[in-house]
Design a protein around this ligand. Structure first.
Ligand code: ZN
Ligand code: ZN
Length: 531
């Protein structure tokens, strides 16, 4: 959030002084609050917490005054849309869900080309080759359906499909999914064009506010027509697209933030119109933070020039010792054919000399790297190396802090990106309000996207299912009964490798609450030895 400037934020900040940053919320609670009958989660894709303000996001600001602002909220790494869509859906770390990137090389799904994790074709093929475990953890929607509870999932991007991907019959009472203008079951789509017109095309400036407004209308007017189910998720694609095209803080990006806030306002007004505000908990979250692109580096070209046989795909299959470099913006996955140990070792040593490298992770122990497990990205099909690119907290021309290096062709028309370990990528927004939440509270304890699913299930009474998830129930923010706060610590991990001319040093700052780990930031650099 922006620095506290108004009385609400000031009083919230005063309240936040308690031990460990946890608040004595009981004292703030309305007497005997009634638990929520339903939960609505609204996602602003790519929204940074420092763009929440009374002027730009009046609806979110108002919601915050009657709820909890989570001041230290985290995405999971890689902090990209599909990874965090999955984390929000499952409460699982990427190591457990197996979704570690937006774009990945999964030879079982496609032995030659990289795949977009959220594409329906990838999802279907992924379920075929894994016996239905493309996402290896259950989603909130799947768990609720197993308990006979209805859900509505609506998103203007395909990430919505990751929340509830099963094919389903067109039967009365079936839970619908709307993703980028398409539905499951297909028949759920029928009334939409007549009511709303066709799903809007993408304009030249990439501003997708019209798609978000269309999706919000479909949710309110069609999927909520017969009432609100116990769980609704609305995924709005802005400000992500505008921030990619024009950088965070640009005029268009601020318009995009406002557009998502307008859609939130429509959702809140509809809940109010139905008289359900007192019995509905609303969570407004973003999937990840955002940075301005300060430097571009085409890692496939760099590695090729350094003598590694590197491609962006593996035509004919990945040959032993060859490398596929999969860019996710601020981080890149490196797959080595046959997991050749010599190539992996030489790759790590090469990366540790580059000014564009930030933090190097490796699947097998290598000098000066962290294990994939330290970042919760150790899956059975994990890359051999992952490099998060270098960043600084310098300000952009829009006055927005956070400049990252992105793995992109230098000619690419893109001004903003995410998925690095820059703190502006690794901190996102969460505001929640409703009968289960404290009022006018600033929660300064670390929290993360993996905590949303267990908190939602806890609120809806599925406590056993909540306790099985990797994330924690955000008990310090609840006024109803919740698991106690047991531990909080901050750690700094360091790794280094000395060479003839100097030393590579990298760090990772990690917060832990009740044993749940949040990555705050990480960076690294080669420091030449003075002669
Ligand atoms: Zn996103
Ligand atoms: Zn994005």
């Amino acid at each position: 959030m922006r620095p506290p400037t108004d009385s609400l934020a000031r009083s919230a900040a005063r309240l936040a002084g308690a031990a460990l940053g946890a608040l004595a919320l009981g004292a703030l609670a309305a007497p005997e609050p009634a638990p929520a009958h339903r939960v609505v989660v609204v996602v602003f894709d790519g929204m940074r917490p420092d763009f929440v303000s009374a002027e730009t996001t009046p609806n979110l600001w108002k919601l915050a005054t009657r709820g909890v602002v989570f001041a230290h909220h985290h995405p999971v790494f890689l902090c990209s849309t599909e990874v965090n869509g999955t984390a929000i859906a499952t409460g699982a770390f990427p190591s457990h869900s197996t979704v570690i990137a937006n774009v990945d090389f999964r030879p079982r799904i496609d032995p030659q080309m990289t795949v977009a994790i959220e594409a329906p074709g990838t999802i279907r093929r992924g379920d075929e080759v894994s016996g239905g475990h493309y996402i290896a953890a259950l989603t909130v929607a799947e768990i609720l359906h197993a308990h006979g509870l209805k859900t509505v999932i609506a998103g203007s991007k395909q990430v919505a499909l990751l929340h509830d991907r099963a094919r389903r019959p067109n039967a009365p009472g079936v839970s619908p999914v709307l993703y980028e203008g398409t539905t499951l079951p297909p028949a759920a789509e029928l009334p939409l064009p007549a009511l709303l017109g066709d799903f809007p095309p993408v304009p030249d400036d990439q501003f997708k506010g019209a798609r978000d407004a269309w999706t919000t209308s479909a949710l309110i007017g069609t999927f909520w027509k017969d009432g609100l189910p116990p769980y609704t998720l609305l995924w709005l694609s802005e400000p992500d697209f505008s921030q990619h095209a024009t950088a965070p803080g640009s005029e268009q990006s601020l318009k995009a933030v406002k557009s998502s806030d307008d859609n939130l306002g429509r959702v809140l007004a509809e809940i109010d119109r139905r008289g359900l505000t007192a019995t509905t908990d609303v969570f407004v979250v973003s999937d990840h933070g955002f940075s301005t692109i300060g430097w571009k580096v085409d890692i496939a070209v760099e590695l090729s020039q350094a003598g590694f046989q590197t491609g962006r795909a593996a035509l004919g299959g990945l040959k032993p010792g060859a490398v596929v470099a999969v860019s996710n913006g601020g981080s890149t996955l490196l797959y080595v054919g046959g997991h050749d140990p010599d190539v992996c070792r030489r790759l790590a040593a090469y990366l540790q000399l580059q000014d564009w490298a930030g933090v190097v992770f490796s699947s097998k122990p290598l000098p000066g790297t962290f294990s994939l497990a330290e970042a919760h990205i150790d899956t059975p099909e994990a890359p051999d190396l992952v490099v998060s690119l270098h960043w600084t907290l310098a300000k952009s021309k829009n006055g927005t802090p956070g400049l990252q290096t992105s793995d992109l062709a230098p000619t690419a028309k893109k001004e903003g990106n995410h998925a690095s370990l820059c703190p502006t990528d690794m901190h996102n927004m969460l505001v929640a309000a409703g009968p289960d939440l404290g009022r006018g509270v600033l929660d300064t304890l670390p929290s993360g996207n993996t905590d949303i699913a267990p908190t939602v299930l806890w609120i809806l009474g599925l406590r056993k299912e909540a306790s099985k998830m990797d994330g924690r129930v955000l008990g310090e923010a609840l006024v109803t009964e919740a698991p106690p706060l047991k531990s909080y610590q901050v750690k700094r991990l360091e790794a280094s490798r000395s060479t003839m001319g100097g030393a590579w040093r990298q760090y990772l700052q990690v917060s832990e609450v009740n044993g749940v780990r949040y990555l705050d930031e990480g960076n690294g650099s080669f420091q030449p030895q003075p002669h």
